[in-house]
Design a protein around this ligand. Structure first.
Ligand SMILES: [Zn+2]
Length: 191
């Protein structure tokens, strides 16, 4: 168990961050997770997703990212220095929402449907790949939002997720609009 004070201490003391991560109760995501690892060297820029509207804690690109996504083996979640950025005064709930409800959900989905990523790897069409990724993000943001009250997330954080959800929802419609008819397919994520 960790507290808001622990999180603030970890923000101010980088050497404490791994210990902070080790003490987090990952809830049911714990069974799928090998380790939550602090990576102080990660360049924030290298993980930035292609679509992003506003820089806001938690939904900022590359904050936390699952490795070995979709593999049968347990995953490692890497946490980057930006997850401890104090400039937006993030709450512990914001941090846990990203770690458990977002990245943890990516891991859970990969493990509960191991064929999902095999199917994804068989798609050669770039539009289909982009759409598949966006569909997953939309579903995860939606489920993340159902937990923000329980986590006592900040209003800024919740707005950030809603913005992100709207952006993805708009973008996925755009992909459908510009797609030539012969490229239409049934999204199997919803099947
Ligand atoms: Zn995601």
């Amino acid at each position: 168990m960790v507290t808001q004070e622990d999180y603030e201490f970890a923000q101010q003391n980088p050497s404490f961050r791994q210990r902070f991560l080790d003490r987090i109760d990952l809830e049911d995501v714990g069974q799928y997770t090998k380790q939550v690892k602090y990576n102080p060297l990660a360049e924030e820029g290298e993980m930035i997703p292609t679509m992003r509207v506003r820089r806001s804690f938690g939904v900022r690109g590359g904050l936390i990212m699952p490795l070995n996504l979709g593999v049968i083996f347990k995953s490692t979640i890497e946490v980057y220095p930006s997850a401890f950025d104090r400039s937006f005064r993030p709450k512990l709930g914001d941090f846990l929402s990203v770690l458990i409800d977002h990245e943890g959900e990516h891991i859970r989905r990969g493990l509960t449907d191991p064929f999902l990523y095999i199917k994804a790897s068989m798609i050669l069409d770039e539009d289909e790949m982009i759409k598949l990724g966006m569909e997953e993000e939309i579903q995860i943001y939606q489920s993340q939002l159902t937990n923000v009250r329980k986590r006592n997330c900040s209003k800024r954080f919740i707005r950030g997720i809603e913005d992100r959800l709207n952006t993805y929802s708009g973008a996925i419609q755009f992909v459908d609009c510009v797609r030539p008819p012969h490229k239409l397919y049934k999204p199997y994520l919803s099947s």
